[in-house]
Design a binder for this molecule. Structure first.
Ligand SMILES: Nc1ncnc2c1ncn2[C@@H]1O[C@H](COP(=O)(O)OP(=O)(O)O)[C@@H](O)[C@H]1O
Ligand SMILES: [Mg+2]
Length: 323
């Protein structure tokens, strides 16, 4: 059965008639751009880059790589406007690998990346479909291809984010259906790269092993972006950002308490960077709520309701285990 997934959408720029109205408008609006600033003004991509800078703490190398990719796409647009697009192959390959430990911002950055790709007209819709092995691979013979194709259909026009992508490959199992999913992915990554960006994510060492065993996949990934663990000062800053976003804040002495908490927590197993920070703050908010709940007659003002006290942090099990 010929699947529409394997059809290469009109490669020539004259294919606009079959594209959604938004894409056609974007193409028309950028048609005359001759300067970087014109492309930036038309695509409004600087807003997303500025947001990325502002909202995400640290990640300097990641942010730089994203600016580089944005620059490449801007040049691509300017080249296309001058009729310089390479014959037969209009879009640069933008499949990526985000490697790093849990909670280092991979999923968050993938969402921003999709928005940038969309604004620069690389993908039509800019949505992210986030999956793991179980969404792609079936349990029985004949189940994998339809599953993978269904996911690809949903992701077309946007970004397919495959978390812990290395689980697709299980060499210890000779007849593993993951291989079937990988082969379908490879074809679509090659043939429809002008309308779908695949981002593989996961631990660095496992990703490296996966690529060594799957050279076909490795050769289709144009950008390898490493997400480092956050430094203690960055984790604190992330905590303050998160609290501000929820209309909470650290009270007197609470930053110090949280810094001590982080010193202990980072030594423990399963520490997951910014995700652990978020979880710790959620638990601190629970303790704050219980603390206030215990004084039912007290009038609670704005300061009471928004402030986390040192006790809300210091009651954590992390301190008990080490005392
Ligand atoms: N640099 C950062 N600045 C602020 N918040 C961050 C940062 N990195 C991650 N976060 C937050 O931490 C949580 C986990 O991030 P996520 O992108 O899911 O990590 P990963 O996908 O690498 O496991 C999210 O709530 C995210 O908003
Ligand atoms: Mg994630």
């Amino acid at each position: 059965m010929a699947s529409p997934l394997y059809a290469i959408p009109g490669a020539a720029s004259g294919a606009a008639a079959t594209e959604p109205a938004a894409a056609a408008v974007a193409t028309a609006a950028t048609a005359a751009a001759r300067t970087v600033n014109e492309v930036l003004a038309q695509s409004q991509v600087m807003e997303v880059l500025a947001e990325l800078d502002r909202d995400l703490v640290g990640l300097a190398p990641v942010k730089q790589r994203i600016r580089d990719i944005a620059a490449l796409l801007v040049m691509d647009k300017l080249r296309a406007n001058l009729g310089l697009a390479a014959a037969g192959r209009t879009a640069p390959s933008l499949h990526m690998c985000f490697s790093g430990n849990p909670g280092t911002g991979k999923t968050t950055v993938a969402l921003r990346m999709a928005e940038i790709l969309h604004r620069l007209g690389y993908v039509r819709k800019g949505h992210v479909v986030s999956v793991t092995r179980d969404d792609l691979v079936g349990q029985y013979i004949g189940h994998t291809a339809p599953k993978t194709k269904e996911v690809l259909k949903k992701a077309m026009g946007g970004v397919l984010f495959i978390d812990e992508a290395y689980y697709l490959y299980r060499p210890e199992n000779e007849r593993d259906y993951g291989q079937e999913a990988i082969e379908i992915l490879l074809q679509v990554m090659e043939n429809q790269r002008d309308d779908l960006v695949v981002i593989l994510a996961g631990y660095k060492d496992r990703m490296d092993t996966f690529f060594r065993s799957n050279p076909g996949m490795s050769s289709r990934i144009a950008h390898h972006i490493a997400f480092p663990d956050y430094a203690p000062a960055e984790l604190l800053q992330i905590a303050e950002r998160m609290l501000a976003g929820m209309n909470y804040r650290f009270g007197d002495g609470t930053v110090e308490a949280f810094a001590s908490y982080l010193r202990l927590r980072t030594q423990q197993p399963h520490f997951a960077n910014a995700r652990s920070v978020r979880n710790a703050l959620d638990r601190a908010r629970l303790r704050q709520a219980s603390r206030l709940f215990a004084e039912p007659d007290r009038v609670l003002g704005e300061a009471d309701l928004t402030t986390l006290a040192p006790a809300d942090i210091l009651a954590s099990r992390v301190f008990q285990a080490n005392s």
